[in-house]
Design a protein around this ligand. Structure first.
Ligand code: MLT
Ligand code: ZN
Length: 455
């Protein structure tokens, strides 16, 4: 079966773009090293027609297809299992041009996020979705996970910026809605449905994206607080008094110390237990940031109003993922959760306390997008198979009225825990949608929902 399928895949995309063995291995594990799988081959289609041909070949052989972009996901959602074929989208990387009238562009699914941002800026616009993996993460992946990132507090999640998509369905048919109509109430919003679908409903090949005007200049402040509770209490006031606020990011003393050791640098302000990184883009961002002086619980602040200084302050926040991933002895248990903002400080106290009691020696690292109530809770120490940690943290999130996934998605990591955030009725609706669009369960089986081929 495999040899015949490989032949068909070589015909579909050209022999150079069918990778097996060692060349495929890097596509079978995630960036953190926590999720490792296997595949028959990695194929790299260069057009939508080639994606259709790959779907036909895999459908004919009854072999699952796992679409993969930059493979920067953090929940194992693009890691293939068994004999799956990985559909690497990186050759579908055409971007633009920007339509100056609508402020939109079309991007291939494999376009790196940073490239889309660059093309938008070159035309006087911005694509505001942004996060540390911007150089590698692809537009298709950001749509499949409905990526969030730093600017959600001002611009919302990826779904808000997707005007339409082109996608190949499981049966090889193509839906295409790249015309850029902002108002279009002709039934179901299929593009919206594919946002956050994690490769389980269709393979996204291109997207029409809405940009925002590139106006104003940037200033960034690293603000130190006496404790996490004071930092979180400040969030509402910052949103109210800083009209140009684009990011309000939380960091804690232990994470900052570890990042400092990694960077070989001293934290720009001393004596704080918690920090907010506040980014403002406006006509006079320094004037806006001057109001920080009156924020309660503030210890000190460092401000940068040039691009280099702003990037240096952002390194303190963006290095957290890499530094924690190396803290060992195993890849971390990564939780990406949202809490009602008013409960964030209490949640942090309780999660630190309960983990310390039940897992002495484990370390809890907390950072995230405070403006959205989105915490990245990472636990290092326990082995990746230790599900007690998952039960403890995610169960607590549910008790606090939060969501078990704010922005990374469910993937494989949280598939068994979906019921904590979704009712049985909602999961039944998900299952019905999946069965309608992918009746044989060949698109990314085992991600988001249980593998339907096993039931
Ligand atoms: C971040 O906000 O830095 C990312 O979501 C990555 C992470 O959670 O480690
Ligand atoms: Zn994040």
């Amino acid at each position: 079966m495999s040899a015949d399928l490989l032949d068909r895949l070589r015909v579909a995309v050209g022999p150079r773009h069918v990778l097996t063995g060692d060349l495929a291995a890097g596509h079978c594990r995630d960036w953190t090293g926590r999720f490792v799988g296997s595949c028959t081959a990695v194929v790299r289609p260069g057009s939508t027609d080639e994606v259709v041909a790959v779907m036909a070949a895999c459908g004919g052989a009854g072999v699952p297809v796992v679409a993969q972009g930059g493979n920067t996901g953090l929940v194992g959602g693009a890691v293939p299992q068994g004999e799956a074929v990985v559909l690497s989208m990186v050759r579908l990387d055409a971007v633009g041009p920007v339509d100056p009238v609508s402020g939109q562009l079309t991007a291939g699914a494999g376009s790196p996020l940073a490239r889309v941002q660059e093309v938008a800026r070159g035309a006087g616009w911005r694509y505001p979705v942004d996060f540390a993996a911007r150089d590698t993460a692809t537009i298709g992946g950001t749509i499949a996970t409905n990526a969030g990132g730093h600017h959600v507090v001002r611009y919302g999640m990826t779904r808000q910026h997707v005007v339409g998509v082109e996608a190949v369905l499981a049966d090889g048919s193509v839906i295409s809605r790249l015309g850029g109509l902002v108002k279009d109430n002709t039934g179901y919003d299929l593009a919206g449905l594919l946002c956050g679908s994690e490769g389980t409903l269709a393979v996204i090949t291109a997207a029409r994206l809405a940009l925002v005007p590139d106006v104003g200049t940037v200033a960034v402040a690293l603000v130190g607080f006496t404790d996490v509770a004071a930092a979180i209490r400040a969030v509402g006031g910052l949103r109210r008094t800083l009209p140009g606020v684009e990011a309000i990011e939380l960091m804690c003393a232990d994470g900052m110390a570890a990042v400092g050791a990694h960077l070989g640098a001293s934290i720009p302000i001393s004596g704080a237990e918690a920090y907010l990184l506040v980014e403002v883009v406006s006509t006079d961002p320094l004037d806006e940031l001057a109001t920080l002086d009156s924020v309660g619980g503030l210890v000190d602040a460092a401000v940068a109003s040039d691009a280099v200084g702003a990037a240096q302050l952002w390194r303190w926040r963006e290095s957290h993922t890499e530094v924690i991933n190396r803290a060992g002895p195993h890849p971390p248990h990564k939780f990406d959760v949202t809490l009602p903002l008013a409960s964030v400080a209490a949640f942090i106290d309780e999660v630190r306390g309960d983990v310390a009691t039940r897992h002495p020696g484990a370390r809890v690292w907390i950072f995230g997008h405070a403006g959205d109530g989105n915490l990245h809770v990472n636990v290092t120490g326990p082995s990746p198979d230790d599900t007690d940690i998952d039960a403890l943290v995610l169960g607590m999130v549910a008790r606090f009225g939060g969501s078990i996934s704010a922005e990374h998605g469910i993937g494989r990591a949280k598939q068994p825990w979906l019921h904590l955030s979704r009712s049985a009725t909602e999961i039944a609706a998900f299952t019905a949608i999946k069965a309608a669009l992918d009746p044989r369960g060949l698109l990314n089986p085992g991600v988001l929902l249980p593998d339907q081929r096993l039931s």
